[in-house]
Design a protein around this ligand. Structure first.
Ligand SMILES: NC(=O)c1ccc[n+]([C@@H]2O[C@H](COP(=O)([O-])OP(=O)(O)OC[C@H]3O[C@@H](n4cnc5c(N)ncnc54)[C@H](O)[C@@H]3O)[C@@H](O)[C@H]2O)c1
Length: 271
């Protein structure tokens, strides 16, 4: 992290879960942490945790669906701290459902938060990073954007788009000394099910079980992500199952989806 002697980070959606764990992880290293969320009470709670961990917190309420909110956050950070070193586009929501049962307004909602939110974040901070000739963008995508499991099309699509944007920016920003990392976790037990939308109640219950069964804590995710940024990695797959799936899909794409389709058909036939 010697690239960033001023130690300034801004994290969207850091009122909860993975964003909060990242805020505390960087605070433990003595960073100044810009915490941000649509949920003001949780945002303030995270700011308190950052201070308890030895960091400096600046709370900036921000809805990532608003380009203006993110532009305002960039202006505030420039005024308060004279710039920024790391932007984490973390805020996100989750959804599921059979493809034809997900209505257009639900597609718009998840695209607005998970994809356009990342675009707004990058657009707001890239001019600052280019002017500084220094900076790093961390986009929290998901292994869902690689694996594209059934009955999760809208979520998968937003995360695949975030991976693609990250790959493009990695090269576009390289001449300016700006790094990009895209993080693709599988399941981690956070508050993400609070935002979950699906036309299918059974699917909600199934997803809840999956998250509750995760043995990979948010703190470990934060540690892994911290080290991925330190090593300036483009791809960060915190969990072994995510890393395996990524490799298998790249090596054997046809086989990979034949296998997933077979497992899915078996499950549908049983229920
Ligand atoms: N938990 C997992 O298993 C998992 C797996 C893969 C990817 N992710 C991704 O990690 C990120 C964080 O998720 P989490 O699991 O910590 O969930 P979480 O629900 O615990 O935290 C998400 C935070 O984002 C905030 N948020 C939602 N909409 C917002 C908006 N429009 N503007 C600003 N803030 C908003 C919420 O208020 C919440 O505090 C998301 O992008 C999610 O897709 C999570």
């Amino acid at each position: 992290m010697k690239r960033f002697p001023e130690k300034r980070i801004f994290i969207t959606g850091s009122g909860s879960g993975l964003g909060r764990a990242l805020a505390v992880r960087f605070a433990l290293e003595g960073w100044r942490v810009g915490v941000s969320d649509v949920n003001a009470a949780r945002m303030e709670e995270t700011a308190g945790l950052v201070r308890d961990a030895g960091g400096t917190a600046l709370a900036i309420a921000c809805n990532v669906t608003s380009a203006e909110d993110l532009a305002r956050a960039a202006r505030s950070l420039a005024a308060e701290w004279g710039g920024l070193d790391i932007l984490v586009n973390n805020a996100g929501v989750a959804a599921g459902g059979l493809f034809e049962r997900v209505p257009p307004d639900r597609w718009e909602w998840i695209l607005d938060v998970n994809f356009r939110g990342v675009v707004h974040g990058c657009r707001a901070f890239i001019p600052m990073f280019k002017a500084q000739r220094r900076g790093h963008i961390v986009n929290i995508a998901s292994s869902a954007g690689i694996v594209s499991l059934p009955e999760m099309a809208s979520y998968n699509a937003t995360k695949a788009a975030v991976i693609s944007v990250s790959e493009t920016l990695r090269t576009e920003l390289a001449p300016h000394g700006v790094g990009v990392t895209v993080v693709c976790p599988t399941f981690i037990n956070t508050n993400i099910m609070e935002s979950f939308h699906s036309p299918d109640e059974d699917q909600r219950r199934g997803a809840e079980r999956f998250f509750a069964a995760s043995r990979y804590p948010a703190e470990r995710f934060a540690d892994f992500t911290y080290n991925a940024v330190r090593r300036n990695r483009l791809y960060a797959f915190p969990q072994r199952d995510g890393r395996m799936a990524w490799r298998l899909k790249r090596l054997f794409p046809e086989l990979f989806y034949r296998y997933i389709a077979r497992r899915y058909s078996e499950r549908r036939n049983r229920s």
